[in-house]
Design a protein. Structure first.
Length: 181
């Protein structure tokens, strides 16, 4: 079975658990912290996947490292270690966040701009795209990309809305090339 399918199943189970216990937001927040820890410490994956370290030591390490977290989070991590699925943790967390956002009518997107956008500009963009996508709200992450020359480019999932100057120039170039054929 593919890792994406397995990750989605774990995320579905965690989502249902969060709904039953009414701790959905807490679970999502805690798992986001777990994801940040794993991204900041690449050696953590190496340790947890190492064949010479037995599962009991790995579980004990997780218990100590994430002792401030809820039992549901720690037990999920232990279960993934036990089943040799530790590498799917980021994917599980992404799927869980997506499920929680979908339930609330929230979408996440990345906006690329030449300079750092102000909070007011981000709020304005979020409001306009929330209306366009029929969502309650959109959480925007701003990334600076000087290659776009001007304007903004927004990426939501697999969809890209390119309002950048470089994107417009590429479209004009493509139209000229196809017109000359």
């Amino acid at each position: 079975m593919s890792e994406a399918v397995v990750a989605k199943r774990y995320a579905d189970a965690l989502f249902q658990l969060g709904n039953e216990k009414q701790i959905q937001d807490q679970l999502v927040d805690e798992f986001r912290i777990v994801k940040e820890v794993f991204q900041a410490n690449k050696q953590l994956f190496t340790f947890l996947k190492h064949p010479r370290v037995n599962n009991e030591k790995k579980k004990q390490f997780l218990q100590e490292a994430f002792q401030g977290m809820s039992d549901d989070v720690v037990n999920t991590l232990k279960l993934l270690v036990e089943r040799h699925r530790i590498e799917i943790i980021p994917s599980v967390i992404d799927h869980l966040s997506q499920l929680a956002n979908d339930a609330k009518g929230i979408a996440e997107a990345t906006v690329y701009s030449v300079r750092e956008l102000s909070d007011a500009e981000i709020e304005e963009l979020a409001a306009k795209f929330a209306k366009r996508f029929n969502k309650q709200a959109i959480k925007l992450e701003n990334k600076v990309d000087p290659s776009i020359v001007g304007g903004v480019k927004l990426r939501m999932g697999n969809t890209i809305y390119d309002g950048s100057l470089s994107g417009k120039l590429k479209r004009i170039e493509r139209d000229i090339v196809t017109a000359n054929k």
